[in-house]
Write a protein that binds this ligand. Structure first.
Ligand code: SF4
Length: 330
């Protein structure tokens, strides 16, 4: 990890109540995120991967305090984010930004591009109108659009262009951390590479840190320095990307990686080895929550949940196969 820690998340959990009301207890709780801990260094890209519903998007929103956690702590640049009141959080907001997944719905169709990009500046800075406009022109050009696009509306752009507008808006307040929530998954494959390269260029130029949320392992491996794999609300493996590529340890990570198609005509096609659905987060399985789907499950797996333990240099795994003395080969 980069030497200076920018974001530190400790034991973060989010339980959503189901049913109930003002005076009635909830019927059940959905465990969206459970005791998640990790750090992101300055200028580092940290990727969060996992299947749909694993809690990665909820985790991103918790970090931005778009939703409030049930427990845990979030420190950003040494500031306890959960202790901030609304006014303090608003003042800090430009330093912590988000790029949303869907470039079609995240831009207000009634606003011109110039207003969309300068809106965060109007709310959080004392910049004059012309200064804001200059900044918007500069950002539009930075993301590969033209200054004349300032006067146009979102519907006049393609999906890739709208995502560039979303990126320009996220950059307006000169953020230090950008949460990029599936920023390319709604785009055509040909456009995805352009947006990923743009994100890499902007990181280099502005010294950004990314929390990059994706279900696409190849994108995360290309863009990130470290990777965390989430399953049913918990991180089950954490590693540097080189280690993640070469020797993933958790059976779930291995299944995810084996599910990625390889463009090699000589390699026979193999069915995706990950079978079954993610269990119900209202009633997660006892022990290791992956055990109903795990081909390596053995006795302790259904009884006790394995903790994340360090199995190599900055490589952490929550699996009984990797605990105790030595690591079992499998
Ligand atoms: Fe599979 Fe057991 Fe490891 Fe869970 S703890 S991933 S069930 S081997």
């Amino acid at each position: 990890m980069a030497e200076e820690v920018l974001l530190s998340v400790r034991g973060l959990s989010k339980l959503f109540p189901l049913g109930g009301g003002l005076l009635r207890k909830p019927k059940a709780w959905i465990r969206a995120v459970e005791e998640v801990s990790f750090q992101v260094g300055r200028k580092e890209s940290f990727g969060l991967v996992g299947e749909s519903g694993c809690g990665k998007t909820t985790l991103g929103r918790l970090i931005l305090r778009l939703i409030e956690p049930s427990s845990g702590s979030i420190f950003f640049s040494g500031v306890d984010l959960l202790s901030l009141d609304r006014k303090e959080l608003r003042a800090l907001r430009p330093r912590l930004q988000i790029i949303f997944q869907d470039p079609y719905s995240c831009l207000d169709p009634r606003m011109r591009v110039g207003e969309i990009i300068t809106e965060p500046l109007r709310a959080t800075t004392r910049m004059s109108r012309s200064q804001r406009r200059d900044r918007a022109v500069q950002l539009l050009e930075k993301v590969g659009l033209r200054s004349s696009d300032l006067e146009r509306y979102p519907h006049e752009f393609s999906g890739g262009q709208r995502q560039r507008i979303g990126i320009a808006r996220a950059l307006a307040g000169q953020p230090e951390l950008v949460v990029a929530d599936e920023p390319v998954s709604a785009l055509d494959v040909s456009i995805q590479a352009q947006v990923i390269n743009l994100l890499l260029d902007l990181q280099e130029e502005y010294g950004l840190s990314y929390l990059f949320i994706s279900h696409d392992l190849s994108v995360v491996e290309h863009l990130c320095d470290r990777v965390g794999v989430m399953y049913l609300g918990r991180i089950v493996e954490l590693a540097r990307v080189q280690e993640f590529r070469k020797s993933p340890r958790h059976p779930y990570t291995r299944s995810l990686k084996a599910s990625v198609p390889v463009a090699d005509p000589d390699r026979p096609w193999q069915p995706a080895p990950l079978e079954g659905d993610v269990p119900n987060p209202m009633a997660p399985p006892a022990g290791c929550s992956f055990h109903p789907r795990c081909p390596y499950a053995f006795e302790p797996c259904a009884i006790q949940r394995p903790e994340l333990v360090e199995v190599g240099d900055s490589h952490w795994v929550a699996c009984w196969l990797n605990q105790g003395q030595g690591i079992l080969a499998y």
